[in-house]
Structure formats: C-alpha cells, structure tokens
Design a protein around this ligand. Structure first.
Ligand code: F6R
Length: 606
C-alpha cells in the first residue's frame, strides 16, 4: 500500500526520493508526491495523480535542489484520487507524509476549526494537529510526540518543518518504518527495498517509537520522549533482486526464478540421506514438539491457500495433529478457542498484512505459541511472533504472489516433517517428501521450460473469455483456488476455484459458452473420481484445459501433461504453470501485470 521515503544528507534529495518511490511502486498506489527544503530553507512541494513518471513530469518543470525532503506513494483510503489528497500535506509549518489510518480524525478536525482544510484526508488533520502544537519554543520532536498521544489509529509518518532545517522526525504505530544509516546521510523508508544501494545498516522502528533523523544518524525516543537505545541491523537483499533481470515483467521473473530461490528456502533444512527435515527458527524443544496436537494456520489470499495446501500435507505427515486453516480477516473477530497444545503458523509474504497481524496478537493473548512463516526479513509479523522461519523467497515485487506461495508451502511442509518425527510419523513418507523436496527446484525449472510456450499459446486461445472455473480435489483443490485467484487478480477475468466434488452442489449450473474450466487431475488414488468430475463438465459442453501428471488417456479440449519425478508435490509444479497461464492471459489482455488495478502488495489496513 502507501509508501514513505525521507532523505537528509549530501545528495540531491529529489533524486533519492524519486528513486526510492520507484522502488516502492510495486506496493500499489494511485498518486505520489515529494516535499523538499532547499539550501535557503524554502520548502517545495510537488504532487500528482497517477504514476511516478507523472510526478517526474511535474518536477521536471521546476526541479527541486535541496538536500532533505520526504516523499510518498498514496493508495486512497480517505478521499478520492486527487492532487489535493496526495501526500505530502502541508499545514502551516508542517510537511507530513503518512501511511495508515487516523481513526479519530473527525473528532480531531472538529477541534482544529481554525484551520482551513484543503483535502479530504485524515493525514491533513494530523498535519494540522502537529502544527497546532508546534508553537513558540516547542521543538518539532516535542510537537509530534504530543500530537501522536491524541491520535487513535495506525501510522508511519515522516515530518519536517522549514523552521528546523536538517531534521526529519519519523514515528510508527502499526505501519513499518526503517531508518537507513549511511555516511553523512540518513534515509527513512517504509520498506527496506528503498534503502538498497545506499546503506546496509538500518534501525527498524518499533510501535510507539519516534526517531529524530539528521545527516549524522538518528536518535530514538518513546512518546514520553524517553531516549531509547536503538540497535542497527543489517538489511537483506541486493539491487539485482529488485530489478527485472531481462524479463518484461517482475511477475514473469518471479515465476521463472522459483527454481533458483527455492534452494534458499530448503538450504540446511533437509537431510535427504536420512530422510529428515529440520527448521531452526521455531526453536521448539523435543517435548514441545511432542506436545503439539493442534496446528492453526493463519493467512490471507495466497498465503491462506498456501496454508490450505500445506494442511493436506500435514494431515498425511502428522495424522494425530488436528490442522485448521483460517482466513485472517474472519478469524480475528471470531470468538475462537485454541487448546493449549496448539501452535499457530502465521503466514505472510510481506509480514505486514493488517488482518494477519491482528490474528497474531489475538492468538498470543490466548497464550498460544505463534510461529511466523514470513518472507520479508525484519517485518512486523516476523518481529512479533514467538519464533518462526523465514521462507527466503527473496524480494517479491510484483503484486501477485507467486514464488512466495511455493516457498510458504515448502516451509510449512518442512515444519510438518520435523514435527512428524516426534509423533511417530511414517518414516517412509517423511523420506519420500524429503526426496521430492530435494529435487523440486530442478523439477520446477524443467516444468516451466518445457511448457512455457505451450502455456503462452493456451493463454492466447482463452484470453477473451469472461469467466473461468478452476477445479480439483484433494491437494489439487487449494491449487484450484490459487489458480483462480491468480487469474482474476491480474487478467480481471472472473474466475472461481472449486473442489470438483462440489460441482453437483451448484457450480455445474454455471457451465456455458462464457466459461472455460481449468481442471487439475492428479495421478493419485482419487484419479477416477476426478475423471468423473471432468466428464460431468464436458457432458454439459464445458471447454476444459486439463493440467495433469498422469499418462492415462484423458479427453479434454487442451491437455498440459507434466512429466515429473515428483508425485506428492506435483500440485506445486502444476501451480507454477497456472501462474504462467495467468501471466500470459494478462499480457494478452494488455493489463498492467505487475500492478493490477485496485490492488496493493502489502495490505497494511483492514
Ligand atoms: C495474491 C496476493 C494476496 C496476498 C495477501 C496476503 O496474489 O498477493 O492475496 O497473498 O494479500 O499477503 P501477505 O502474504 O503479504 O500477508
């Protein structure tokens, strides 16, 4: 969602801010802006709706020359997509950018009736509140701290004033902020990718903290202005990882690079010879592992579907453990009960998803151990869980989640494999999973390379349909849900995923000329039942693409057969082809593949 960049140092601030905002584009936004202070302490503000390139156009007419400033990409929540609603907001002596939502902004606005508000945003109200407290000898730091005490809601903010050149005040509550510490320069950002190439050393602000930044670094305080010891950490990643690397889109790069990122997920965690899996991060004693009898997996969207697929594997590996998979936005408000012998797996690529984070906090309140299955290192969920494992998929820039799904499923599978040893799990099965995991990266590479042009042709054939139904049963069912999600979010074709055993309970009524069906049929003990579902669809005139690892004769309009040595993990392979299919359909329809309309990469508000 919204992105923040702030800079104070020796470089031209405008360039650093625009560069940083471009790195944050992937998060999704609809307008952008920067405010800078020139060397004579005059402020300059530029904002525009649309892309960063539109903002660059505005700035090119009157370039900013100073060495400090703040920038923002906005994803509208309060008020429409207009220049006056875009950040930074300027009220009196205050220039402010804000991520999050000020819930009591109406109340605050009523008390600030002497201000002439020019936008519909909650952020402008916060800027006015800070300005109202920034009088006489009061410093910017004090005014910000005092104001934030009156605020209800969430925020990551960066603020400056022409009255205090060289200083940017940043603060967070529920919305991430990282302070990058360079040589004679400090960069503030809501996402570490904006810091890459400038510095590797950063302070991750915690909720309730405020940082006073200048070119020499940063000092951290709580809102009572007590000085806090801050501990700089090394940020992960490199510039290459956040570039397209020769591909037309990040999405294609991220689909194709799964073969090279997955070894990072697996590294040091599987022992093929002895058929063992081990994750260090959960930090569970043997007794704790033996005591687990209930696993709840929490996530949203693709992370939820990854949890669903992993739950099928868990049931095979640890049959004495009850596995439950829940959608975070629902679960957080349910009166749920978790037995004391539970662990909760909190699954999130970004580690910032508001609903998932809220569940984590609810679950912790109930005294249940939480383990993160997170990609972004240092993210809020990763910091708040009791333990956990990074999935190490590397930066995922395209809004649609692809390589993170694969890494999440594999990580949860390894968690189950580790627990299985303490629950008398079937050693042969653990061995088979371990063996398949070890060859999965190579099998993904082969599958994608063997079928890429075939999938591209299929995408051209089906790109003009209005509707799609994705079907599968057992481990192909979560894949059907994920395939449909991927197609709808980037191609805008209406797509639904269904358990194929449910066809007769409703969805079969949909089948007509507007629809095509994507049916995953696995070569397993439910093969015949899946074929039964396929016949039902074809008998009603359905146009079906079958994705299968079976060599049996199957009648369909189009068949993509994968020839692979992995069987248990075949759904993961087939899902990579569904990702490719969604990608090529979106390209064929001329869509903005990496930044689909209305979507944000990291959903930090409810
Ligand atoms: C789908 C997609 C979303 C995310 C969901 C959770 O392609 O990207 O459904 O999976 O918003 O995000 P994280 O994993 O960051 O919590």
């Amino acid at each position: 969602m919204c992105g923040i960049v702030g800079y104070v140092g020796k470089r031209t601030a405008q360039d650093v801010l625009l560069n940083g905002l471009k790195r944050l584009e992937y998060r999704g936004y609809d307008s952008a802006g920067i405010a800078t202070l020139d060397d004579e302490d005059n402020p300059h503000l530029a904002r525009s709706v649309g892309k960063i390139s539109d903002l660059e156009q505005v700035i090119s007419e009157k370039p900013h020359t100073g060495h400090m400033g703040i920038g923002h990409t906005r994803w509208a929540t309060h008020g429409g997509v207009t220049v006056s609603n875009a950040h930074p907001h300027n009220v009196g002596n205050i220039f402010l950018v804000h991520n999050g939502i000020i819930e009591n902004y109406k109340e605050l606005k009523a008390k600030l009736s002497n201000y002439d508000f020019r936008s519909d945003t909650d952020t402008e109200v916060l800027a006015a509140l800070i300005d109202s407290n920034y009088k006489g000898d009061v410093s910017l730091k004090d005014a910000v701290a005092k104001s934030l005490k009156d605020v209800r809601g969430t925020y990551g903010i960066a603020v400056f004033s022409p009255k205090e050149p060289g200083t940017i005040v940043a603060a967070r509550l529920g919305s991430p902020l990282i302070i990058g510490l360079g040589h004679d320069e400090t960069i503030i950002a809501s996402d570490a990718s904006a810091l890459l190439g400038y510095t590797r050393e950063a302070i991750y602000l915690n909720d309730g903290e405020l940082a006073v930044c200048n070119s020499n670094g940063s000092e951290v305080f709580n809102l009572n202005l007590k000085h806090l010891n801050s501990h700089p950490e090394e940020i992960e990643g490199n510039l290459e990882q956040i570039q397209k690397g020769g591909y037309d889109h990040f999405l294609l790069k991220e689909i194709m690079e799964q073969a090279t990122t997955l070894p990072n997920t697996l590294s040091g965690r599987i022992d093929v010879e002895n058929g063992k899996m081990h994750l260090g991060g959960p930090n569970l004693t043997a007794e704790e592992m033996r005591n687990i009898h209930h696993v709840v997996i929490v996530g949203c969207g693709t992370a939820y579907y990854a949890g669903l697929l992993a739950s099928y594997y868990m049931e095979q590996l640890i049959p004495d453990v009850t596995t439950e998979v829940v959608i975070a936005s629902e679960y957080r408000y349910r009166s749920f009960h978790l037995p004391k012998d539970s662990v909760a797996l909190i699954v999130s690529q970004s580690g910032e998803t508001a609903d998932t984070l809220a569940c984590l906090r609810e679950i912790k309140k109930r005294g249940v151990k939480t383990l993160g299955i997170v990609n972004v290192v240092g993210s809020t969920i990763a910091r708040e869980v009791n333990g956990g494992t990074y999935v190490h998929a590397g930066p995922e820039i395209s809004v649609a989640s692809t390589k993170a799904f694969t890494a999440q499923v594999v990580t949860m599978l390894m968690f189950a494999g580790m627990i299985a040893e303490y629950h008398g799990g079937n050693p042969d099965l653990i061995h088979s999973f371990t063996r398949e995991l070890s060859i999965l990266p190579a099998e993904i590479e082969k599958t994608l390379n063997d079928h890429r042009s075939e999938i591209e042709q299929l995408a051209k054939k089906y790109a003009s349909f209005d509707d799609a139904l994705y079907l599968g049963r057992d481990t192909a069912y979560p894949i059907a849900l994920e395939g449909a999600l991927k197609l709808k979010e980037i191609s805008y074709i209406h797509a639904e995923g269904y358990a194929s055993g449910e066809l007769k309970h409703g969805p079969i009524a949909l089948i007509d000329d507007r629809f095509f069906e994507v049916f995953t049929i696995l070569d397993n003990w439910l093969f015949d039942k899946s074929i039964g579902g396929l016949h039902e669809v074809r008998a009603r005139g359905g146009k079906v693409i079958v994705l299968t690892n079976s060599t049996a004769d199957i009648e369909a309009d189009d068949i993509v057969r994968i020839n692979s040595n992995v069987k248990l993990l075949a759904p993961i392979l087939i899902n990579t082809l569904q990702q490719l299919f969604a990608y090529y359909v979106a390209v064929e329809r001329g869509n903005d593949v990496d930044q689909p309309r209305n979507l944000a990469k990291s959903v930090t508000v409810e």
